[in-house]
Design a protein around this ligand. Structure first.
Ligand code: SF4
Length: 248
């Protein structure tokens, strides 16, 4: 993840567990499988024998000391999907226990963002672990790419009490969110890369108008087919709104 990209909603990330498999149409140009994994393995940061489609935990990263220095908005397991079925439940619990323990030690607590497409497993795990709702330091984001994935995944997100985020990236079609409110943050982004499927600005406008209409913070990551073109403006301005308490 490019840390200087203004379209990034995160201050940093923590990846004690890696691994994923393509799950839906939004995964076609997966930046982790196609970019981060082979690059990090070439650098020797991922052992040579580890495959991208296996869940791998790094003992040194899976510690409070590794997470403690990170501040702002911290993405938890960005290199894969924490709620992928191949990630053992015990590993998910360890990750969440470290986050909770570090949050309890910090004077200014960061916001830790869990980010997934596997909304059903996410909801099962989080409602079991936090029956009264997510603690204030945690937020959960579900990625969707079109109306069908929104209608499948967002009812699962609605089962979780707390800060709920929908990430419409890569946005591949129009999405009406009205059946899935309330939400605490709406993020839109296009697909990028050589074979990127372009985003129709009308889709972004409709979602922006839904966000405005319901008073939900709205953020556009990028609208073009490349991060480099910095195409982030919609109707003459950028949209960089964060929920209250989220400071990058
Ligand atoms: S869920 Fe995310 S990390 Fe996994 S394949 Fe899809 S885009 Fe990649």
């Amino acid at each position: 993840m490019a840390k200087k990209n203004p379209g990034d909603v995160l201050s940093g990330d923590w990846n004690p567990v890696i691994g994923c498999e393509r799950y839906s149409a939004g995964c076609r140009a997966c930046w982790y499988l196609d970019g981060i994994f082979p690059w990090q393995q070439r650098l020797g940061n991922i052992p040579a024998g580890v495959r991208p489609d296996e869940s791998h935990a790094f003992p040194k990263r899976l510690s409070e000391d590794a997470l403690y220095p990170k501040n702002g908005i911290v993405g938890v397991v960005q290199h894969g999907d924490l709620f992928w079925e191949k990630v053992p439940e015990a590993t998910i619990d360890t990750v969440l226990s470290i986050v909770d323990a570090v949050a309890a030690r910090k004077r200014r607590t960061p916001k830790y963002l869990l980010w997934t497409k596997r909304a059903r497993r996410m909801a099962e795990v989080l409602t079991r672990r936090y029956p009264a709702g997510l603690p204030g330091h945690l937020a959960v984001a579900v990625s969707v790419e079109n109306q069908a994935t929104a209608d499948e995944r967002l009812p699962e997100l609605a089962r979780v009490k707390g800060t709920r985020v929908v990430v419409l990236e890569p946005l591949l079609g129009p999405v009406d969110l009205s059946a899935h409110l309330p939400l605490e943050w709406i993020i839109v982004g296009s697909e990028t890369g050589k074979r990127a499927r372009p985003l129709d600005l009308a889709w972004a406008r409709e979602i922006r108008d839904q966000a405005i209409g319901h008073g939900i913070p709205f953020f556009i990551k990028q609208l073009g087919t490349s991060h480099k073109d910095q195409l982030r403006e919609l109707d003459g301005r950028t949209w960089d709104e964060f929920p209250k308490g989220f400071v990058k």
